[in-house]
Design a protein around this ligand. Structure first.
Ligand code: C2E
Ligand code: CA
Ligand code: CA
Length: 559
């Protein structure tokens, strides 16, 4: 049964059309008639039609202007224009306005009319299918990222016009990757489908559910009346998502983290919305997941205590924006590279490559150094293992540790764990500790260092000579070597004071059986001086700057 709507004020014409349809469609249709565009628009908002036949000349004037409205309210129905005059220009204008066809009264037979309707419906279905494919996520049927931006722009325009607010929710599933890895992609896909269906259940017709990609979803809530309403929807989504899901005989449970931002309250700039919601979502993650956070509340305090960077660092970790560069260390006697120092870099999406001095101090303060440091240890160990497999003779990596990592207590367990997972020879892992945290020497620190040492990991004192250069620590702590601070090397050999200190440290190191590595070596004069005074190894631009792993490896000689 084809449901048709005829918008025609001329009764005689309407009757004629009805007769033609009866003849051509043999009662396989229903026909509703309205005399004016506004009545017809009212009707299409309540009922569905498969095609709309629209008279061009109605009492309200030309019908062209109303075509977009019909399309908006009744996107499933193609529009056929009926005109009393044959006019090519008008016909083109009609099609440009969104009509499927332009028929001329008096020249249209029953068969042409019915065929035009059938074709229009088919064509319309096909174009709709194509738009659907282009706009909707295949797996879940939710809007995709492309359509999301379109809808977002429309929603922003509506908000501005009607002086209303809307909310953008950013949803990310907690630990989805683990489930996906454990049970396979098919399970992961079913899970995503179920989550999408549950999100749909929680929102109204006017809202938009989106799959942004992976396990990330967005929800646009329009015509917001109160913040409590948004909270209620967020709550409902979290509850429903957390209900058990049966997937291929497995009963699973997954939770989500939700970030919420409100336009225009949080920002008058629509471009910021997704980033704000994303940031709020990371807040929710940081709270342990399975909760929602509003952008405003979270970020306002963040601005005060500097934890905007904390949120950024959390994101950076999750989005894999960190990377390591490696700087070779050269044995001065054999002239061979004996290892690499891993130096952290942050590939920021907007700011480009950021050096560690710009975020490590803050990360130490807010505690983010712990997860970041763990990532560095894992990544560097994996790299060392890779070099080991490639047959480099001494593929050790040196990793910088911050005081907080030593004091966190479980460092030896963590490192043991990493060594086991990567199968890296402990001898190939060196840890660089700065002098400053040895100053706060405690029984616990000493104990931790001894445990590490017992595992076979090598310990170095970094930046030696920059501060206290206290020789006491060298005897007290079980270290394997020291790294001469860059400030002592820079003015060699002309600065006689520095030269004297360097000479003394080298001979002391020798006496204590410690390896001495000079850092920040940039020129031949420095190399000559250090060689002459029996320094063990050097590191610095003279050998090579810190570089991506594969480039740095070119300085190593394969056995
Ligand atoms: P650092 O451990 O003293 O590292 C040596 C720094 O000197 C590096 O800076 C390196 O790029 C730079 N450098 C190397 N050769 C030369 C040279 O010939 N001349 C000069 N002028 N500079 C040279 P970078 O990479 O910016 O690292 C700065 C500091 O950030 C490091 O100092 C280290 O304390 C810290 N850091 C780096 N990665 C990590 C990490 O993964 N964890 C922790 N906790 N700290 C890290
Ligand atoms: Ca270092
Ligand atoms: Ca150093």
């Amino acid at each position: 049964m084809i449901k048709l709507l005829l918008v025609e004020d001329d009764h005689k014409e309407a009757l004629r059309i009805n007769t033609m349809l009866k003849e051509g469609l043999q009662d396989q249709f229903t026909l509703e008639q309205r005399l004016t565009v506004s009545d017809a628009l009212d009707l299409v908002q309540q009922r569905c039609f498969q095609a709309i036949i629209l008279d061009l000349h109605l009492p309200e004037g030309q019908s062209f202007e109303s075509i977009p409205q019909f399309i908006q309210y009744c996107p499933g129905a193609p529009i056929l224009i009926l005109s009393g005059v044959e006019d090519e220009e008008q016909a083109i204008l009609a099609v440009k306005s969104g009509a499927q066809d332009y028929l001329i009264k008096g020249q249209t037979s029953s068969s042409t009319l019915c065929r035009a309707i059938r074709y229009a419906i088919e064509r319309h279905r096909a174009t709709q299918r194509i738009t659907e494919l282009a706009h909707y996520d295949h797996l879940t049927g939710l809007a995709n990222r492309g359509l999301f931006y379109e809808r977002l722009n429309c929603a922003v325009a509506r908000c501005n016009r009607n002086d209303m607010a809307m909310a953008l929710l950013f949803l990310d599933l907690d630990h989805f990757k683990a489930i996906n890895d454990r049970l396979g992609h098919e399970c992961g896909d079913s899970l995503l489908k179920t989550v999408a269906a549950r999100i749909k259940k929680c929102i109204r017709e006017i809202d938009t559910g989106v799959r942004l990609g992976g396990d990330e979803f967005a929800i646009l809530l329009e015509q917001i009346v109160s913040v409590e309403d948004i909270g209620a929807v967020a709550e409902r989504i979290l509850q429903l998502v957390a209900q058990p899901i049966i997937v291929q005989h497995h009963q699973l449970q997954i939770t989500a983290s939700l970030g919420v931002t409100i336009y225009p309250w949080d920002s008058a700039n629509p471009q910021d919305l997704l980033a704000h919601a994303d940031a709020a979502m990371y807040r929710a993650k940081a709270q342990g997941g399975n909760n929602y956070q509003f952008y405003t509340a979270g970020m306002k305090t963040a601005g005060l205590d500097g934890s905007t960077l904390e949120v950024e660092l959390q994101r950076a970790l999750a989005k894999k924006e960190f990377l390591l560069h490696y700087q070779p260390q050269l044995d001065l006697r054999t002239k061979q590279v004996i290892g690499m120092e891993a130096l952290l870099r942050w590939h920021h999406p907007y700011q480009g490559l950021i050096g560690p001095n710009n975020f490590i101090p803050q990360a130490e303060e807010n505690g983010m150094i712990l997860p970041i440091g763990e990532w560095v240890l894992r990544a560097a160990s994996k790299q060392a293992k890779y070099w080991e497999k490639q047959g480099f003779p001494t593929p050790h990596v040196a990793v910088n540790l911050s005081a907080r990592q030593i004091h966190q207590g479980n460092l030896p367990t963590l490192i043991q764990d990493i060594l086991q997972q990567t199968h890296l020879d402990p001898e190939n892992l060196k840890l660089e500790l700065t002098e400053t945290f040895l100053i706060h020497e405690t029984e616990a620190t000493l104990h931790t260092l001894r445990e590490l040492k017992a595992m076979g990991v090598h310990l170095y004192i970094d930046d030696f000579g920059a501060g206290y250069a206290s020789l006491r620590y060298l005897k007290l702590f079980p270290v394997d070597g020291i790294k001469l601070d860059i400030s002592l090397i820079q003015e060699l050999p002309h600065n006689t004071n520095d030269a004297a200190i360097v000479k003394a440290i080298i001979s002391l190191g020798r006496a204590l059986g410690l390896q001495v590595i000079a850092e920040g070596v940039e020129n031949q004069e420095q190399v000559d001086f250090l060689e002459e005074h029996d320094c063990d190894a050097i590191q610095g631009y003279w050998v090579a700057p810190p570089l991506p792993a594969n480039e740095s490896a070119q300085h190593m000689v394969q056995a």
